[in-house]
Design a protein around this ligand. Structure first.
Ligand code: ADP
Length: 224
């Protein structure tokens, strides 16, 4: 049996603006990413990385081409289908966006808000915080955690719904070298143990070695 790609993109184009002001930002993108792969996307600022990540994350509608995530076509998909796809993806951003008024475990349960029937949310959050090495910080508020610890809470939050795909935008940018390394090692273990596919935008040269493939973007085009 052949393995289905987690991400399958064919002839994807995207532009911003209209008429004379139209600016192509993604140009004829073709890409396949398979389960368990860790892919790093690099390229200069303005080359289109974030736009591509937001399309893959179903955070924005596609304009042309084909974009299949977890075997679901997103081009022309309804907003309901986009929401469904989004709920199957874990997002990790540079600014972790933890809610200051919630403890670590409460922050981790946030993506489960859509599943109010789920009874063991606290136990699950604590189990995942253990997995990222924060078993002794479950009741801490973000202000009492270091930058690396906050990013690990954000990873735990991205994992709680057991996503097959994780999208990360500069996850180590705000971290010192040691914490950055720890964070990517956790992500690497996840890819291995859970078969998670990870697509990560980064400028951080210190972590390039975790990637199975590094894809470079320039002026909206992919250069492998
Ligand atoms: P990168 O992540 O590689 O820095 P982006 O995808 O953020 O690149 O941006 C690519 C180009 O698209 C840039 O020229 C940027 O100014 C433009 N752009 C991004 N988002 C928008 C938007 N919402 N409206 C108009 N232009 C945008």
């Amino acid at each position: 049996m052949s393995v289905l790609p987690t991400i399958q993109i064919q002839n994807l184009n995207h532009s911003f603006g209209k008429g004379n002001l139209e600016k192509p930002v993604l140009v004829d993108i073709n890409l396949e990413i398979y389960p368990g792969e860790i892919i790093i996307l690099t390229g200069p600022s303005g080359s289109g990385k974030t736009t591509l990540l937001t399309l893959i994350g179903a955070l924005r509608s596609t304009q042309s081409g084909s974009l299949k995530i977890l075997d679901r076509e997103l081009h022309g998909a309804s907003s309901k289908q986009l929401v469904k796809t989004r709920s199957q993806i874990g997002f990790i951003f540079q600014s972790h966006n933890l809610l200051k008024s919630l403890t670590a475990w409460e922050n981790v349960t946030m993506p489960l808000k859509l599943q109010p029937q789920m009874k063991n949310r606290k136990a699950l959050a604590i189990e995942i915080l253990n997995l990222v090495g924060l078993g002794d910080r479950t009741h801490y508020y973000p202000d009492n955690l270091s930058g690396g610890q906050k990013q690990r809470v954000a990873i735990a939050r991205a994992l709680v719904a057991n996503p097959q795909l994780i999208l990360a935008d500069e996850p180590t940018a705000a971290l010192d070298s040691h914490s950055g390394r720890e964070v990517v090692q956790i992500m690497q273990n996840l890819a291995k143990e859970r078969g998670c596919t990870i697509l990560m935008v980064t400028h951080d040269n210190r972590i390039l070695d975790v990637a199975n493939r590094i894809i470079h973007m320039e002026d909206g085009c992919l250069i492998s």
